[in-house]
Write a protein that binds this ligand. Structure first.
Ligand code: FAD
Ligand code: SF4
Ligand code: SF4
Length: 422
């Protein structure tokens, strides 16, 4: 295989989540994230400069090929462990103390409040995270925020393709301390990079993540705009998925000044069975941010907002605090008046507000067996308990999940064309 064929295989096996790290590793003159035929952002090989050594390095760091749990060095005497929720120090409910931050945040503004505290206090020089893309309004793009106001500008979930790591090596080259906010798979990529580049562990002071069930594929977005809203995707100039309430309306802005707002449940549906997701997200071994310092989630009983009361929720996050560093950050942010914590919760509470995460955790080992049986790329994992989780699933369900995945592979659901400019 040529170097390009080896890199393309990740995308062709539908394992690429579009984080952008391979562009940073190979350099944009050699690998560049571009919107490809199927509408996703994928790494497109440029010219003839890609070498096998570069691809070896990419395969070591890519979260499509490797996802690990919390590094062993982050586990200490006060670490607790749960089969579903992994390693944690504590679990608490909370929200941004400032009502404006709470309102603008995706849930209760916790990730934004933590980021604002970190830059205001000078603990870090900037936050590497994501904001709405200026080029493609439904996408996210990486943001470098050096002030609290800039961090607040990036509040809200981006449920479209987003590549926050597209220039992470350049950010490390600056030699300045920063915090990273990204999806659990982005965190996995950064932890992978830390094994090759020791600057990650010295300069990236905190890794924060939303609990993540997956994002909206571009085809699903086109369907929503064209069929559900009757809107020409080309006419869209602004797209907000969430925030300004919990979850807040899905808001579409058009070039002619028209604005359409829909409820979150109109966009996603009222339960998980209605979600349209990239294949990679269906076999994701870690949507709960096992390698992050803190993972923040929603707290709707049953996992979805009640359509009847959707507009009334002020927003409360659950924080799964995984590291000592994360616990100390929460304490300092509370003391400084950026964060308010309310109740302590536990893993069974988390199951009740994240039933889809629990179900996927139990099923994912069997889904990987199905991928393996069909000769597809399977992410290597460590410290994610996939075998123990699969044992908990039971033999009948294991066979059902494994064979279901094999069938999906056979009908082409786990295949994409080699990335070419769209
Ligand atoms: C793709 C996706 C899937 C999700 N799935 C779940 C789920 O299964 N269960 C659940 O409880 N909650 C899910 N959420 C929402 C999540 O709960 C909230 O974002 C989380 O509770 C944090 O809320 P907050 O108010 O603290 O966030 P905010 O204060 O609004 O901060 C969000 C931060 O995340 C960053 N960010 C947003 N989108 C992206 C992105 N795509 N890539 C990188 N960084 C980003 C922003 O820059 C910002 O810094 C998902 C979010 C996303 C983006
Ligand atoms: S998952 Fe990230 S590192 Fe892997 S191929 Fe896709 S963009 Fe590159
Ligand atoms: S479900 Fe997993 S693979 Fe998909 S975006 Fe979330 S963390 Fe990444």
């Amino acid at each position: 295989m040529t170097p390009a064929e080896r890199l393309n295989r990740i995308s062709e096996d539908a394992m690429c989540i579009g984080c952008g790290l391979c562009q940073s590793v190979a350099g944009p003159a050699t690998v560049r994230m571009e919107i490809v035929e199927n509408g996703y952002e994928r790494p497109v090989v440029q010219g003839e400069g890609l070498t096998h050594e570069m691809v070896d390095r990419i395969l070591d760091v890519c979260p499509g090929t490797r996802v690990d749990g919390l590094p062993e060095g982050e586990v200490n005497d006060s670490t607790q462990s749960d089969l579903i929720w992994g390693a944690y120090q504590n679990m608490v409910l909370g929200h941004a103390k400032d009502p404006e931050v709470r309102h603008r945040g995706s849930t209760g503004g916790v990730l934004t409040a933590l980021g604002m505290y970190l830059v205001d206090s000078g603990e870090v020089d900037f936050i590497l995270h994501a904001r709405a893309s200026e080029q493609v309004p439904t996408f996210g793009e990486r943001a470098v925020s050096e002030t609290a106001a800039a961090v607040l500008e990036g509040a809200g979930s981006r449920y479209g393709p987003t590549a926050p790591l597209v220039d992470v090596l350049e950010q490390l080259d600056r030699g300045r301390p920063f915090a990273f906010v990204g999806k659990p798979c982005d965190i996995a990529a950064l932890r992978n990079l830390a094994r090759l580049d020791e600057r990650v562990n010295t300069l990236v002071r905190y890794m924060l993540t939303p609990v993540c069930g997956g994002f909206m594929p571009p085809q699903g977005m086109s369907r929503f705009l064209e069929k559900d809203l009757g809107v020409d995707p080309e006419a869209v100039t602004g797209f907000r998925y969430r925030g300004f309430g919990c979850p807040g309306p899905t808001r579409v802005e058009m070039a002619n000044g028209d604005v359409v707002e829909k409820a979150y449940t109109d966009f996603w549906g009222t339960d998980e069975s209605m979600w349209v997701l990239p294949f990679r997200c269906k076999v994701c071994p870690d949507g709960i941010g096992e390698a992050a310092d803190i993972a923040a989630s929603d707290t709707w009983p049953g996992g979805s907002p009640d359509p009847e009361t959707e507009g009334d929720d002020l927003g409360t996050n659950a924080l799964v605090v995984r590291t000592q560093r994360g616990a100390e950050l929460v304490a300092r942010s509370v003391a400084a008046g950026y964060l308010q914590t309310t109740d302590t919760v536990d893993p069974r509470y988390m199951d009740s507000v994240q039933p889809h995460q629990r179900a996927k955790k139990l099923a994912v080992g069997a889904r990987h067996e199905g991928l393996r049986a069909e000769g597809k790329t399977v992410p290597r994992t460590a410290r994610l308990r996939l075998d123990a989780l699969m044992a908990e699933l039971g033999e009948d369900n294991r066979v059902f999940q494994r064979d279901g995945t094999r069938e999906r592979v056979r009908i082409g659901k786990a295949s994409e064309p080699a990335p070419r400019r769209g």
